[in-house]
Design a protein around this ligand. Structure first.
Ligand SMILES: [Mg+2]
Length: 231
């Protein structure tokens, strides 16, 4: 299977139990002196950079771009300080490890496509012990671009360089839990699979016409069948 499977992180591989959101808001307070009052739903599928640019738009785009490194450092610190809480409250979603194992056995290259800043994704996946199946070096992250729809080409270019194989759009599978994930995969011509383990119901997701939609990842066979239909 010459597939490049790009997994979303939050709501797809894991649910962080609100701990990552708390860390992000604490980092906002540190760097910008205030925090966002937005609900979890409105963050869903957005990149971390996009959340900062939208939440503090009044500070001006250039000033915000200059602040991003400081914000990233603060976010890493705040999340690292919550390690025990994260381990206690975060959970890997049903069927995830079996799905990752099955796709690895089928020979797929697996990584992440996430709105998380790269170091934040790495911390979460390390703590949940999911990195064994994922080649994070070929992932695409919220640190690469503030618009999620721009992210697939970053992963495809990294995978081509690392594996010496050009993954065409037919070889790329984007799996995520929000309409933004579907739009992002579609923008690159990838095969899109929506999983209803985040804030959106399967009907909400189907309205955005992904190539496949599943209630969760518990049925490994259903996922495998969907992925085989890609390309
Ligand atoms: Mg998500």
């Amino acid at each position: 299977m010459h597939k490049l499977i790009l997994w979303d992180v939050d709501g797809t591989l894991l649910y962080s139990g609100g701990v990552a959101g708390e860390a992000m808001r604490a980092a906002m307070t540190r760097v910008y002196g205030r925090t966002s009052t937005e609900a979890r739903h409105s963050y869903a599928g957005k990149t971390d950079r996009q959340i900062i640019l939208e939440t503090f738009a009044d500070l001006g785009h250039d000033a915000l771009l200059e602040s991003l490194d400081r914000f990233t450092e603060a976010y890493i610190t705040e999340l690292s300080n919550r390690r025990e809480e994260f381990l206690a409250r975060c959970r890997v979603l049903p069927g995830v490890t079996a799905a990752l194992e099955r796709m690895a056995q089928a020979g797929a290259i697996q990584s992440v496509l996430t709105g998380n800043l790269q170091p934040i994704a790495q911390i979460k996946l390390n703590l949940m012990q999911l990195t064994g199946w994922l080649d994070l070096a070929v992932g695409a992250y919220g640190s690469d671009h503030h618009r999620r729809a721009e992210l697939v080409p970053f992963a495809v270019a990294r995978a081509a360089q690392r594996y010496g194989h050009t993954f065409t759009s037919h070889d790329v599978v984007v799996i995520g839990d929000t309409p933004n994930d579907i739009d992002c995969g579609r923008a690159a011509g990838a095969y899109t699979i929506a999983i209803a383990t985040g804030p959106f119901s399967i009907d909400d997701l189907r309205a955005h016409t992904p190539d496949a939609a599943l209630p969760d990842l518990a049925d490994t066979d259903a996922l495998f069948t969907a992925i085989r239909q890609a390309g």
